[in-house]
Design a protein around this ligand. Structure first.
Ligand code: CDP
Length: 784
């Protein structure tokens, strides 16, 4: 039996983040910190119109401006067959517009100059003549008779419809609805919002004319996938493309897609023979790069007279913008919306989804989300609270009555997923206890009698993260495994290289901790390196909370491979048989003789100096992990709000968040992830909105219009936890990064709806701003 041994940094220890030393000292190495000899700068000219035909692009003045080396237009790109590029969803996207512009902010031309000032000045001297076309700004308009055709570049595209997708069983769902005692309907809109990472997107393309090697520094969450896509698009041999993702200041899905700027900068570097840097400014980031959500959703929940859920029917209209460009596993056109039955044992469900082109920036990135999980979770949790209100039952009790029970796992959902593990009743009980739910409910009633507007919102979400098993998941056909390569040096120190890429999640710490747990090398002695395609093994990158479920598992597996070899070396050193050795973290000892032992450091030295006859020297390996299933983290969030009747202002009084992500590798980092996600969820629920006027002008192009929560608005969070290990993950861990962004918006909004329920209000679309709340109260005859 292994004994408990203290090695610094084992799983479960909240050690400080190794990477923070350099970040706190201002020594991070972000894209814009990189300066290469002879480097040029690129500025992009963007369309001021949402939909317009391009009559001409006049670059004469711009070309003559000081410091300008090149002005690149769509026409020039077309000469090199680079005016259009494939997207991650099997569509095409304009790199620089040739025929039409299809959203405000679309890339039209680019200037490459000695300095950024010169590039931007010359950009402003380009003259484009446009012929305006009517703008389409919603799926409703997109499908209307006579709507302007947005994608007339596509041969067989006769309307603005992109896809129709169905999941579940229509027949059994219809039959269940026919027998229902009550059907509760919710129509709601999950508005367009933006991941808005602190660092915007950008790249430096450095194509070496002599060697043919293209080195592209890029703010990419998925450098390997980008390398392959670049190889396929440009025809450059893949070994001649090196993508380096340096430190990244937040991604949240915004840094997964391939943006036109990357392609233009690379083409420009190739043509000019010097490195070209392109870094977006804030407004460019907000108006043109990967938006999220924009889902119009209708859900019907059928229940019987005892309050049991019988069936769920859902329809979605998705607004994808002008190009269908977000990363999607090819088998799931509406992504992981399959999780829409959530934490409930709903026998049958039927989901339909339609995607539409509109004159908006390409959208649909999974902002801190696994391919539409957030929208699904929001819909079911809002619907369940509304159902409880309509049935006149307690929303916590209604949930508990319908939760999937612990003994039902692995649970086969009505839309075809197999949930790995869960104990929803326990998470709910811990949350209710922590909130003091019963007392709080009485307090709410007492306050209401005094005329106050106050309420409690609950969301008991189930997530599906860790994309994904290769048989079902791919991006452009690339299977979604991930990898880890571990090298232990002669002195027992190690380097771990991975196909993932941290954007602030603390991978340098947590993945080192997995090596510590499995091999006993202290976390401080394990360097973790990600983001360089020339050195790291292939992987699909970091998004959708997949790093721990997939690359974390790969790290455990490669460590175990090395431990197997270490056992043989230890046996040789101790002159014992392999099977007579016992492992405890950091050393092998002879069974019954704990003093006869070899530490992992001694074994590592021997791996290079004294291996058994016939054994290969060294202690290193690589593991590619194809997960057998997704992981299903869950939790219960409870929020208490007070609403000011006079102004409609919502004040969040309490937020209790109980998360279960299986075994926690670093509890402090997990809590940090949850704090961040709860803050982002708060912003989405109450503040953030990218909207468009009738002409398709984007409103929300800067941080005075697009409101992110600061420390002033962000409520205090009270965290709790339960631990239900994943049965298939080697460490029992599930992903966690996106859980709070997925789970919390419904909890916040449910609290407002609970507060307004006595006034007959059942829905306010996010962001739930004071004016909307005030208007709802006013419509209900509240006269303050
Ligand atoms: O893919 P991404 O890194 O964004 O998400 P994640 O796998 O949920 O991990 C976020 C951070 O939390 C990483 O540093 C993880 O290693 C850590 N984590 C943990 O310590 N324990 C877990 N059960 C899950 C994540």
């Amino acid at each position: 039996m292994a004994t408990e041994v203290h090695v610094h940094g084992r799983i479960g220890q909240s050690i400080k983040r190794k990477e923070d030393g350099r970040f706190l000292r201002g020594k991070g190495n972000y894209l814009d910190d990189i300066e290469l000899p002879g480097m040029l700068h690129m500025a992009i000219l963007r369309s001021p119109h949402a939909h317009a035909r391009i009559k001409s692009v006049d670059t004469a003045e711009a070309s003559k401006m000081p410091g300008v080396l090149a002005v690149v237009t769509g026409e020039l790109m077309a000469q090199h067959k680079l005016a259009w590029m494939p997207t991650l969803s099997y569509d095409t996207q304009a790199v620089l517009a040739t025929d039409k512009v299809r959203f405000q902010g679309q890339e039209v031309a680019a200037v490459i100059a000695e300095t950024r000032y010169q590039a931007e000045d010359a950009r402003d001297a380009i003259v484009v003549d446009y012929d305006l076309l009517p703008a389409v700004t919603s799926p409703e308009q997109a499908k209307a008779q006579g709507a302007a055709l947005i994608r007339d570049d596509k041969e067989n595209q006769k309307d603005n419809h992109i896809y129709h997708w169905e999941s579940g069983n229509q027949e059994t769902t219809q039959a269940a609805f026919a027998k229902a005692d009550k059907v509760i309907r919710l129509h709601t809109f999950y508005p367009r919002c933006h991941p808005a990472p602190l660092e915007t997107c950008g790249c430096i393309a450095d194509v070496n004319g002599a060697t043919g090697k293209a080195t592209i520094y890029m703010t990419s969450q998925a450098p390997h996938a980008i390398r392959t896509v670049f190889a396929l698009v440009t025809g450059l041999p893949e070994q001649n493309i090196r993508v380096i993702s340096p430190d990244i200041g937040g991604g949240f899905g915004n840094k997964v897609p391939v943006y036109p700027g990357y392609v233009v900068a690379t083409a420009a570097s190739l043509l000019i023979g010097r490195p070209v840097k392109w870094v977006e400014d804030r407004s460019e980031n907000l108006i043109s790069t990967g938006f999220a959500r924009d889902f119009h959703m209708t859900g019907d929940l059928a229940v019987d007279k005892d309050g049991r859920m019988l069936a769920l029917r859902v329809h979605l209209d998705s607004d994808n913008g002008a190009f269908f460009s977000d990363a999607q596993p090819s088998k799931f056109k509406a992504g992981l919306f399959h999780i829409v039955t959530g934490s409930y044992d709903i026998p049958t469900a039927h989901v339909t989804a339609d995607g539409y082109y509109t004159n908006k920036a390409p959208g649909g990135v999974a902002y801190r989300c696994s391919f539409r999980v957030t929208e699904a979770s929001y819909l079911i949790e809002r619907l369940v609270t509304n159902a409880a209100i309509e049935l006149g039952v307690d929303q916590a009790e209604f949930r508990k009555k319908n939760f999937i029970r612990k003994e039902q796992f692995p649970y086969h959902s009505a839309t075809g997923w197999v949930y790995d593990s869960g104990d929803y009743h326990k998470a709910m009980d811990v949350a209710l206890e922590q909130l003091g739910y019963d007392e709080m409910r009485k307090d709410v009633e007492a306050r209401r009698k005094k005329g106050e507007v106050t309420g409690i919102g609950i969301a008991s979400f189930t997530e599906v993260v860790g994309a994904g098993h290769g048989a079902d998941f791919d991006i452009l056909g690339l299977r979604m495994f991930d990898s880890a390569e571990l090298r232990v040096h002669p002195t027992g120190k190690a380097i771990l290289r991975m196909g993932t890429k941290s954007q602030g999640q603390g991978h340098e710490t947590t993945f080192a901790q997995i090596v510590t747990e499995e091999l006993g090398i202290p976390a401080a002695d394990v360097a973790v390196e990600e983001g360089d395609t020339d050195t790291a093994p292939y992987g699909l990158g970091t998004y959708a909370s997949r790093s721990t479920p997939v690359a974390g598992a790969a790290t455990a597996m490669v460590s175990r491979k090395l431990r197997d070899k270490a056992r043989k070396i230890a046996a040789h050193l101790l002159e014992a048989a392999d099977e007579d050795l016992e492992w405890e973290t950091g050393r092998f000892y002879v069974k019954g003789s704990p003093d006869k032992a070899k530490t992992i450091q001694e074994i590592a030295f021997a791996a290079y100096t004294n291996v058994p006859e016939g054994m290969e020297a060294g202690l290193e390996g690589v593991h590619y992990y194809d997960p057998p299933n997704m992981t299903y983290p869950f939790g219960t969030y409870a929020v208490v709000v007070d609403v000011d009747k006079g102004t409609g202002q919502v004040k969040v009084r309490r937020v209790v968040a109980v998360d279960d992500c299986g075994v926690r590798i670093n509890p402090m980092i997990v809590e940090g992830q949850i704090h961040g996600g709860l803050a982002e969820g708060y912003g989405i629920a109450f503040m953030e909105l990218i909207t468009f006027d009738a002409d398709g002008n984007c409103i929300g192009s800067n941080f005075t219009d697009y409101l992110l929560p600061t420390a002033v608005e962000t409520p205090r969070f009270e965290l709790g936890e339960t631990t239900t290990p994943s049965p298939h993950h080697p460490l029992g861990a599930k992903g966690v990064g996106e859980s709070p962004t997925v789970g919390s918006p419904a909890a916040y909004v449910n609290a407002v709806i609970d507060a307004l329920a006595p006034y007959g209000v059942r829905n306010i679309d996010m962001p739930v701003t004071s004016d909307k709340v005030w208007a709802a109260l006013r419509a209900a005859g509240v006269n303050e």
